[in-house]
Design a protein around this ligand. Structure first.
Ligand code: HPA
Length: 270
């Protein structure tokens, strides 16, 4: 595995125009942020050696090297989800490659269902912690050096970045919630009983991504910051139907606000 990471990183190093220390994984509804990135080089995933091959049509995805908020950044436009059938090592392979390329801070975004009664559709949630409820841990198997066999996860999401995000949100008059993100394998949305169970476990939002990438990023010693767009609500009141279209609509309405917070955060990196 380490050889493949090195090989891919080497291939990208020969093609990248800059040497960013910050990476962004753009999830559902973060197209806006992609538009704000001054793109210098875009490489389709299909062209990158050892990158997972997309199984889903219209889910192509590309790696972007560019600039955001005056800083060099690398961004994944589109991620690999476990529910698509990828192995956890494939889902998190790009994060390993980022680390090999010198990335020190990882920003992640997603759409999630809210279970905290104080949340509304369209809220932005700063992820303060997570619960890995996926069927596998991405570190399963031989340890990939130099990360430790048993990584500490007491600050999976950087408290410093959370504090800076709060300050940026306040300065821009953007309301943000804080909460714990729980990841399921998907692709089903939750039954009312599942929403209630997850809420009773201490989760505020539920989704199908992010946690594998953040585990591997922590294993590599990166700092992480994540935000969710609350696109639907479950676990309290009347059970409501959730559709992918609804999730996308709710996400697109608030994405400029999330993009502002992310851009300002990147700008404040040193
Ligand atoms: N559950 C799981 N994943 C999601 C949801 C949800 O309610 N909303 C958006 N992604």
């Amino acid at each position: 595995m380490y050889e493949r990471i090195r090989e891919t990183a080497e291939w990208l190093r020969e093609r990248r125009p800059n040497a960013p220390q910050t990476a962004i994984v753009l999830g559902t509804g973060l197209g806006q942020l992609a538009e704000r990135i001054e793109k210098l080089v875009c490489i389709p995933y299909a062209d990158i050696p050892n990158f997972p091959v997309s199984t889903v049509e219209g889910h192509a995805g590309q790696l972007i090297f560019g600039r955001l908020g005056g800083k060099d950044v690398m961004a994944m436009e589109g991620r690999f989800h476990y529910y698509e059938g990828y192995m956890m090592q494939q889902v998190t392979f790009p994060v390993r490659v980022m680390h090999e390329l010198g990335i020190r801070t990882l920003f992640v975004s997603n759409a999630a269902g809210g279970m905290n009664p104080a949340f509304s559709i369209g809220d932005l949630m700063v992820i303060t912690d997570h619960i890995n409820f996926m069927p596998e841990n991405p570190l399963h198997g031989p340890n990939v050096p130099p990360g430790p066999r048993f990584p500490d996860m007491s600050e999976a999401y950087s408290r410093d970045l959370i504090a800076r995000a709060d300050e940026i949100a306040a300065r821009n008059g953007i309301k943000v919630q804080h909460g714990v993100y729980l990841a399921t394998q998907g692709p089903t949305f939750e039954t009312p009983a599942e929403y209630r169970m997850f809420a009773s476990w201490g989760a505020d939002a539920v989704g199908m991504s992010t946690v594998p990438e953040v585990i591997v990023a922590n294993h590599c010693g990166m700092r992480c910051f994540g935000m969710s767009i609350i696109t639907d609500l479950g676990g309290f009141g009347e059970p409501v139907k959730v559709t992918h279209e609804e999730v996308q609509r709710a996400a697109s309405a608030v994405q400029p606000l999330m993009a502002t917070i992310m851009e300002e955060l990147v700008k404040s990196e040193d």
